[in-house]
Design a binder for this molecule. Structure first.
Ligand SMILES: [Zn+2]
Length: 257
């Protein structure tokens, strides 16, 4: 079919669609309803996505919406980030003033590392298997000047403050918490209170990275007992697979004789 055909079929739901449609890879189209279900933003390179990418995105959005219903925040930092400490999950609100449309729900174990960026410059870093470095080490705002950037931060205005979190997700490995996006004086109450939130968020993220990994679900399977092991070898002996000598040796080992 040509580009200007008035009619096309949605590659996902097979509905006939008019000119209000979105081109995906392989000269295929999807309808506005399917596009909406994908939860993409304007920068998603949808024209490079196949039908199976679209189907994956839609099912991921649906699963996430179910997780969102189950998400019960026990710790919130303004409109910036929320934690469900019982389920060990977190999210960054994606709507206006901290409302939630369908923000991605992450597990604690998804966090790889994180950093605080001021005007694009990294001032504090932390993450899995590392200590937190930079301003946060020294506490208060005054002491933060310097940090890991070496004392060059003499500007009195901050234009942007955000936390970048690297997560274990190949499709979207980086998420941002936008703390401040307009020019703000560093001696203002706004800056100070946002900076304080940033420190608290970074500390929380580091605590999560430092906490022992949640055991996998199958860890409650008891290790095989020695008696079970001996029976297994007795079986092998009876079947003539191992000799009496080998069996006696194994038995001694297992009983710690
Ligand atoms: Zn469709």
């Amino acid at each position: 079919m040509g580009f200007f055909d008035l009619k096309a079929t949605c590659a996902n739901c097979n509905k006939e669609i008019g000119l209000n449609r979105f081109q995906i890879a392989n000269k295929e189209w999807i309808c506005p309803e399917c596009f909406k279900k994908c939860g993409f933003n304007m920068t998603t390179p949808i024209n490079k996505m196949s039908v199976s990418d679209i189907k994956y995105a839609i099912s991921a959005q649906q699963k996430n919406a179910e997780k969102l219903i189950a998400f019960k925040p026990t710790k919130k930092f303004g409109a910036f980030i929320e934690f469900d400490e019982n389920q060990k999950t977190w999210l960054i609100p994606d709507g206006f003033l901290g409302t939630k449309k369908n923000p991605k729900i992450y597990n604690y174990s998804d966090i790889v590392d994180f950093e605080l960026l001021e005007d694009g410059e990294s001032i504090t870093k932390g993450g899995l298997g590392r200590a937190i470095t930079g301003g946060l080490l020294f506490g208060g705002i005054g002491a933060v000047v310097g940090g890991i950037t070496g004392g060059k931060r003499s500007k009195s205005i901050c234009n942007s403050l955000k936390i970048k979190i690297t997560v274990n997700d190949m499709r979207s490995p980086v998420v941002y918490i936008n703390l401040l996006a307009t020019a703000t004086k560093k001696d203002s109450f706004t800056y100070k209170s946002i900076y304080k939130s940033a420190q608290e968020i970074l500390s929380t993220l580091q605590l999560i990275c430092n906490s022992p990994k949640v055991p996998e679900e199958n860890s409650n399977v008891h290790p095989k007992s020695n008696a079970d092991e001996i029976l297994k070898f007795k079986n092998l002996l009876d079947q003539g697979i191992i000799t009496q000598e080998e069996f006696d040796l194994k038995k001694k080992q297992l009983l710690g004789l």
